[in-house]
Design a protein around this ligand. Structure first.
Ligand code: SF4
Length: 331
């Protein structure tokens, strides 16, 4: 069950005395966020709006939604990071899942006994890293936990940011990801180029996602080579506040024009195949927002992420593109 740190929310409301607040969180957590909003309204008698649009990460807080509603505080729930507040009134609230990893950690020990692993997880399971480490080590698995950097805590990864795992990758045989997210685990496999296992406590199974990650890489590489043959490019700036990167967009425009390509500029909040179908005369796109939009979705035309676009520029200059995903941050 997801447990939201309501005490911190209530303390902040007592302290700031807002006339209204807004709350948001990852899709899977929304029913619990609704309950917290109801608890706020009952306790304080102020409106508490649930912003039910997506909030994929700290890159996508939707603070504009709170501004439009004139909510004085936005509580962004569940993206546990080491930065407690943004823009003075967007408070990051921790939420943890209390599901037990005991059984699946024992299973994992049987598979990886004698090996050294990097143990990592997503925001909701950070509270259980130490207990899983203890179970693995008491069953003969050697465990490393890489140091956090930027917004990441020790042992934490995002879908595009892998500093703790990259720090220890040369000392380990494999990655072990605690949670259910093939999305995070496949990124981890691609950035570290190591076998990667998901420790899924809900299905009580240990999944090897290495082949799935390689399939994503083959698809990404095919798009890069297809895009290299394009003449007219559309460069898309993402309008989500933490994904806005005009600098990269204009840098790619300049580099492509040097290679004799034609470039048009676009901006979108949600970059989907349906939206791109409205745009005519473009052979390939580069989007400088969330890199996983490109790797994890299907598009009619090549839609490259930032690391893929860098690799494509290398192809145009007849350089080697090996290891283009093996970087700690894909933006
Ligand atoms: S993977 Fe995408 S949504 Fe997740 S943190 Fe990175 S940019 Fe944001």
């Amino acid at each position: 069950m997801i447990i939201i740190d309501e005490k911190t929310i209530f303390d902040l409301i007592e302290e700031h005395k807002p006339f209204s607040v807004a709350l948001n969180g990852p899709d899977g957590m929304l029913p619990r966020v609704q309950e917290t909003a109801v608890n706020i309204m009952n306790k304080f008698g102020i409106p508490a709006y649930v912003l039910a649009d997506t909030t994929w990460g700290t890159c996508d807080l939707n603070s504009n939604g709170a501004k439009v509603l004139a909510a004085e505080i936005l509580f962004n729930i569940g993206h546990t990071i080491n930065t407690p507040v943004f823009e003075k009134n967007v408070f990051m609230i921790d939420a943890f899942d209390d599901v037990s990893f005991n059984s699946v950690a024992e299973k994992c020990s049987e598979i990886l006994k004698g090996k050294t692993v990097s143990l990592v997880t997503d925001s909701q399971h950070l509270n259980q890293v130490d207990s899983v480490k203890n179970i693995l080590e008491s069953n003969g698995v050697h465990v490393k936990i890489g140091k956090g950097k930027g917004q990441l805590n020790d042992g934490q990864v995002f879908g595009c940011e892998f500093y703790p795992a990259m720090e220890v990758k040369d000392q380990v045989d494999a990655n072990v990801f605690m949670g259910q997210s093939n999305f995070h685990a496949s990124g981890l496999a691609l950035s570290t180029n190591k076998p990667t296992y998901v420790l899924d406590p809900y299905f009580n199974e240990v999944r090897d996602v290495t082949e799935f990650a390689q399939m994503l890489q083959r698809k990404a590489t095919l798009s890069i080579y297809k895009a290299a043959e394009a003449q007219t490019f559309g460069i898309i700036v993402g309008l989500k506040e933490g994904q806005l990167s005009k600098t990269f967009a204009l840098k790619f425009k300049q580099e492509l024009e040097k290679e004799g390509k034609t470039v048009q500029l676009f901006a979108l909040t949600d970059i989907t195949n349906e939206r791109l179908r409205n745009l005519k005369g473009i052979d390939a796109f580069i989007q400088v927002a969330c890199p996983r939009i490109s790797t994890d979705n299907q598009f009619d035309k090549p839609v490259l992420s930032t690391p893929q676009a860098n690799a494509m520029l290398k192809i145009l200059r007849h350089e080697n593109i090996d290891e283009y995903f093996q970087i700690p941050h894909w933006l």
